[in-house]
Design a protein around this ligand. Structure first.
Ligand code: FE2
Ligand code: FE2
Length: 278
């Protein structure tokens, strides 16, 4: 995949989702709701990071990166806007977004720091989102029973995460970011991501009244730690980031390419195709 295309999603975002929209499953719904809650703040941070980072490159390098950065920013801006609309439905259901405030506090600690810290944190998060995207596109059970429009929303996002998975990583390298900090930030980001995602999921279950139901946790165990569970299947791909010769392009993109090809009627391109690699 060599293009970063910004797409307008053609799904109904006005009709509110069911309380347990993910196939009636409280845990999976709470988990995906938690992730959605993190996107408006998180993706704005990625946008700000790469925008600031590319400005510090020498002129020729900056020109080389510009198409990929433009595509990256266009996609993330669209994701955050769409998820903000979805999150408004969640707020109306009584769910409370605590992840956003925690992320805001952490982002503030990077103010005044070397821009490569923010780019390195972005690159690390982009690896986590790219491997979760792979899981979403390959495992039908994660979104089993969800209405078609929400399956489209998550798989569209997953496919675009796959498309732009190398942008922040390449920028970190071009800015001379070192290995020690790349790996240190990856550990830190992973820790915060897992704990934030779980805390917000639990909080969502609490607010929707499913916390004390045994079935919630049976599903949670299966979804995260079962044979095809998310955390289990992510361990190998997670480790790959620690290799000195790692590059995001090593991750197979065929599922994202197929999904975008087979679901072209669900969206329309809003920007000219651009190259994803400088
Ligand atoms: Fe995104
Ligand atoms: Fe992304």
């Amino acid at each position: 995949m060599s293009e970063i295309v910004v797409r307008r999603l053609l799904i109904d975002l006005d009709t509110p989702p069911e309380r347990h929209w993910c196939g009636g499953d409280a845990f999976r719904t709470a988990w995906f709701n938690a992730l959605s809650m993190s996107f408006p703040q998180g993706e704005q941070f990625f946008i700000d990071s790469v925008r600031a980072g590319v400005q510090t490159l020498p002129e020729a390098e900056r020109v080389r990166f510009e198409p990929a950065i433009k595509g990256f920013i266009g996609q993330e801006a669209t994701h955050r806007r769409i998820h903000a609309l979805f999150n408004a439905h969640l707020a109306a259901q009584g769910l409370v977004n605590h992840w956003e405030a925690r992320a805001q506090r952490r982002i503030r600690t990077l103010e005044g720091a070397d821009v490569r810290a923010a780019i390195g944190a972005t690159a690390a998060t982009e690896h986590l989102t790219a491997i979760m995207a792979e899981h979403l596109l390959s495992d039908g059970s994660a979104l089993q029973g969800a209405p078609a429009r929400w399956v489209t929303l998550w798989r569209w996002h997953a496919s675009e995460e796959t498309e732009h998975r190398a942008t922040a990583f390449d920028l970190y390298r071009a800015l001379g970011g070192n290995e020690e900090w790349r790996l240190r930030l990856f550990r830190l980001v992973t820790w915060h991501f897992i704990t934030d995602a779980l805390r917000q999921t639990v909080n969502n279950l609490w607010h929707d009244g499913s916390f004390w139901r045994a079935g919630t946790w049976v599903s949670g165990w299966r979804f995260l730690l079962g044979r095809e569970g998310l955390l289990r299947t992510m361990t190998g791909p997670w480790r790959r980031y620690r290799r000195a010769d790692f590059h995001p392009s090593q991750q197979d993109e065929s599922r994202a390419v197929s999904w975008l090809r087979d679901n072209a009627s669900q969206f329309e391109p809003v920007a000219r195709p651009t190259s994803s690699t400088p």
